[in-house]
Ligand binder design. Structure first.
Ligand SMILES: *Cc1c(COP(=O)(O)O)cnc(C)c1O
Length: 387
């Protein structure tokens, strides 16, 4: 099946009540069986079924199946949020004494895990600018347990060559985990580019409506099972109601992302031509330093972009944001409506101003997550606010 069909049909054989044609929310913690023997068989894994919703739940399984198919993976599992997916994956795969190599520009919460929480557990983390591919490759070649990647990065849309770094990692026996939240499985499949596991915040494009938090991972049965075993005990399970909303969102994922890809490119080209705009960061622009790598590994360039505005008075960014009418001033991205903000209040609110500066995130940067509106309306809105 192709992706738009997968979004609609994958996993849909899941639970239905009273002959209903559609997925039910199984709002139950535990599941009972007609006989103690059957219960024991399911509990011991001798036959399929559910015991307790921290471990598994039929509605949650439908969401997991959709992610598994979209990433063309052997297995997938889910979490209460994107950060739960990331922290549980790292928690399950790393041991004291391990070394992790990653990039300076991961999502703000991930950056905090790398700079604060993993070092507390005796795990060392080395972070490199994604643009500095040589240093990254040399650091990987020195040997490590895990390479953690994100492309495009949030908020400056840097691109790393996923296949090249996965090859470098596998040469030294390291695992590769890639956060595919910003690209979405519609535009990019890291597992096909050498990654061993892909992680998602489903709260963004997958759900797409900003009404449910969730996370997911996909990869080999062996690796996903290791992380699942950790999650079922550590407790970051996805709620069935959130899973229902996320599965409903995925039914329109391909349509939404196709529109967002188109809208974002048109908005990026408009911004590039406006005299009040200094720089535009979007991998679909020929002016992007890694446009060729992006074009090689992505089928579309995504719905998020960022730009800096000429801000001589020092008030430009907030004044500009306040004048936008068709953009929610709110954290998050990938929803049906356009959202705009600064990294200091969105992706990198967890970081200090000094850390943001070190990551090359200027104060005049605006992150703009393009929705599914008519792009002419968005461009008129930007034009008025910039003027
Ligand atoms: C939002 C986001 C996360 C965290 O996801 P939550 O669902 O908010 O916990 C992780 N990675 C990226 C790239 C994100 O944008």
């Amino acid at each position: 099946m192709r992706q738009s069909t997968i979004g609609v049909w994958a996993g849909e054989e899941g639970p239905k009540d009273n002959g209903s044609s559609h997925l039910s929310i199984v709002a139950r913690i535990s599941f009972d069986y007609p006989s103690a023997d059957e219960w024991a068989d399911v509990a011991l894994g001798l036959r399929p079924g559910h015991i307790y919703s921290r471990n598994s739940n039929p509605t949650v399984n439908v969401f997991e199946e959709k992610v598994r198919w979209l990433e063309e993976a052997e297995a997938a599992t889910s979490f209460a949020s994107g950060m739960a997916a990331i922290s549980n994956t790292l928690g399950a795969l790393l041991r004291p004494g391990d070394r992790v190599v990653s990039i300076t520009d991961t999502y703000g919460g991930t950056h905090r895990i790398f700079t604060e929480f993993l070092p507390q557990m005796g795990i060392s983390v080395e972070l490199y600018d994604p643009i500095d591919e040589d240093s990254l490759e040399r650091a990987i070649a020195r040997g490590c347990r895990l390479v953690y990647l994100e492309s495009p990065t949030n908020p400056t849309l840097k691109i790393v060559d996923l296949q090249k770094l996965a090859d470098a990692a596998h040469t030294v026996g390291a695992l590769v985990v890639t956060d595919n939240t910003v690209a979405t499985p519609i535009n990019q499949n890291p597992l096909k580019l050498g990654s061993d596991l892909v992680v998602h915040s489903a709260s963004k494009f997958l759900g797409g409506h900003g009404d449910a938090l969730g996370g997911a991972i996909a990869g080999s049965t062996e690796l996903v099972t290791r992380v699942f075993r950790y999650r079922e005990i550590n407790g970051a399970a996805l709620d069935p109601f959130a899973a229902f909303l996320l599965a409903r969102g995925i039914r329109t994922l391909e349509l939404r992302v196709a529109r967002q890809n188109e809208n974002a490119l048109a908005v990026a080209r408009f911004l590039e031509s406006h005299r009040a705009v200094d720089r535009v960061f979007y991998p679909g622009l020929e002016s992007h330093p890694n446009h060729d790598t992006a074009a090689k590994q992505m089928r579309g360039f995504g719905g998020m972009l960022s730009f800096t505005i000429r801000d001589t008075a020092g008030r430009g960014v907030t004044a500009f944001l306040d004048r936008l009418r068709l953009a929610r001033k709110a954290a998050s991205l990938g929803h049906v409506e356009t959202m705009a903000g600064t990294p200091a209040t969105t992706s990198h609110v967890e970081c200090t101003a000094a850390q943001r500066a070190a990551m090359g995130i200027p104060d005049t940067l605006v992150r703009y997550s393009v929705g599914i509106e008519n792009v002419a309306d968005l461009i008129e809105d930007l034009q008025r606010a910039l003027n």
